[in-house]
Design a protein around this ligand. Structure first.
Ligand code: GLU
Length: 378
């Protein structure tokens, strides 16, 4: 990160925002099963302007399912069943990638297609691999166009919405900011249909109050986003020190409208975890949980490792190295971290002092159940 992002206008400054992810949803891209070519051509022209300012761009584009469903004549926009969505995506992605390649090509820009599954970004090695590919593409001058690999992703292991995918891609691509193009100006403090609803221009930290403002569900019925998934994306981004903006994509030149006229909601990060911790914090698949007593909870918050002594309960089946959540006895999620023991071993040593553990385990215990270097506070 080279400068600080404090306003939407900063997102147009190469010194503050050298690398940006632009996420485009299905409702903006597809109308009646056909691509909205004219609008998309306008966005491609804006992306060329961003590039000409010296900023690198990664696009996260939805639309494969909506395009493919129309082509195959599938009901409910291809979202009636997982099998329909998978088939629709396989058909639609060809056209979607081609469209981006063509429209960016008009500006001398080379599009590069990347289809990722949730697991590609949850597994550390594959994540680093995707990260290296994105980096190389950007250095080589291409515009990566990313979508979820919907044809192979199954229900349990899919993002399902491209908002969170965009935030994870921003982490992997070491971007400074994410722009989520929505069908609304930004985040409102209550249902935007309420005439007294106010748009929130700046958010520092996605608190429970902020969550309460989003009502969930996708307005358009075409995509699967909605404000809830946008806030989840903002949380993933914030953990990695990445700014995120929700802006209205429905206008002909949406980037200029939002950034020049300061219309949208900007989420500014409060912290920047190390790359590894940010990846860990953004992980979405949790294998189990450790419920800890108040003393251990306090120790964690002051930056200490989690010791077996403070563990009260072990939830789920996990192996050493899996991501587990640390919870208070009241059920609040306190942290996420990599377990040093499998679930059975955790159960055997919980509540015990370090000097009692060797006898139970049959080998010298590790220094902690979750080491502080492998843990991120939530
Ligand atoms: N990946 C899906 C698609 O290309 C869209 C997911 C979403 O709605 O955000 O159609």
């Amino acid at each position: 990160m080279t400068g600080t992002i404090a306003s939407l206008a900063d997102l147009a400054r190469a010194d503050a925002c050298g690398r940006v992810v632009i996420k485009v949803g299905s409702a903006l891209l597809v109308e009646n099963g056909q691509p909205r070519r004219e609008w998309l051509a306008g966005l491609a022209a804006e992306i060329a302007t961003v590039r000409a300012r010296g900023q690198q761009v990664i696009v996260v584009s939805s639309g494969a399912i909506a395009l493919g469903a129309a082509r195959l004549g599938l009901a409910k926009g291809g979202r009636g069943s997982l099998a329909d969505a998978q088939a629709a995506a396989a058909v639609g992605q060809i056209g979607l990638g081609g469209l981006w390649a063509e429209l960016l090509g008009h500006h001398g820009l080379t599009a590069a297609q990347l289809l990722l599954t949730l697991d590609d970004l949850e597994d550390r090695r594959r994540y680093l691999n995707a990260s290296a590919t994105l980096n190389r593409l950007l250095e080589a001058g291409a515009v990566p166009v990313v979508n979820e690999n919907d044809s192979v992703a199954t229900q349990e292991i899919r993002f399902g919405d491209n908002d969170r995918l965009a935030a994870r891609v921003a982490q992997a691509g070491r971007a400074d900011a994410v722009l989520l193009l929505s069908d609304i100006d930004g985040l409102y403090d209550r249902n935007p249909k309420d005439p007294s609803a106010q748009m929130i221009p700046l958010v520092r930290g996605v608190t429970p109050e902020i969550h309460a403002m989003a009502d969930g569900g996708s307005g358009s019925g075409l995509g699967s986003g909605g404000m809830t998934s946008k806030l989840q994306a903002a949380e993933i981004a914030e953990r990695a020190g990445i700014a995120l903006a929700i802006i209205n994509g429905t206008y002909p030149s949406p980037l200029a409208r939002a950034l020049d006229r300061d219309i949208g909601t900007l989420f500014v990060p409060r912290r920047r975890d190390s790359g590894r911790k940010a990846w860990l914090g953004g992980r979405m698949k949790i294998k189990g949980a450790l419920v800890v007593d108040d003393g251990a909870a306090k120790a964690l918050l002051s930056g200490r490792s989690l010791l077996a002594k403070g563990v009260r309960e072990v939830v789920g089946e996990f192996a050493r190295g899996d991501v587990v959540e640390v919870r208070s006895t009241g059920g609040a999620a306190l942290a996420k971290g990599l377990a040093e023991y499998d679930a059975g071993e955790c159960t055997a040593i919980m509540g015990r002092h370090t000097d009692e553990q060797a006898g139970v385990l049959g080998y010298a215990p590790r220094s902690a159940v979750i080491h502080r270097d492998q843990m991120v506070l939530l």
